[in-house]
Write a protein of this length. Structure first.
Length: 92
């Protein structure tokens, strides 16, 4: 879905590059087609991606609640949410 979103939102490739690469000479060889300077003149030059547990306050809440909570209290933008399925055994 990110590939499709890149078509509609021209800033996604730049955002993903900032989150994944350190912007040194080696990384420029890996991502030469995405030039951040041409797309955006902001002062941000890099970012970080972390995998974190969902805060207990957000368990059993919807994604909107999680998003709002992380933005307000941690200045963090959640990029996704991994959920696993728990199958309940049927009675015998």
């Amino acid at each position: 879905t990110i590939l499709c979103q890149c078509y509609y939102n021209k800033y996604i490739p730049s955002l993903l590059q900032r989150l994944t690469f350190t912007h040194d000479a080696e990384d420029k060889k890996l991502s030469p087609k995405i030039d951040i300077r041409d797309r955006d003149s902001s002062e941000i030059t890099s970012g970080h991606i972390f995998q974190v547990d969902v805060p207990l306050l957000c368990v059993d809440k919807n994604y909107r609640f999680l998003y709002s909570y992380l933005i307000r209290h941690h200045k963090a933008v959640p990029l996704g949410l991994y959920r696993h399925v728990i199958h309940k055994k049927e009675g015998m």
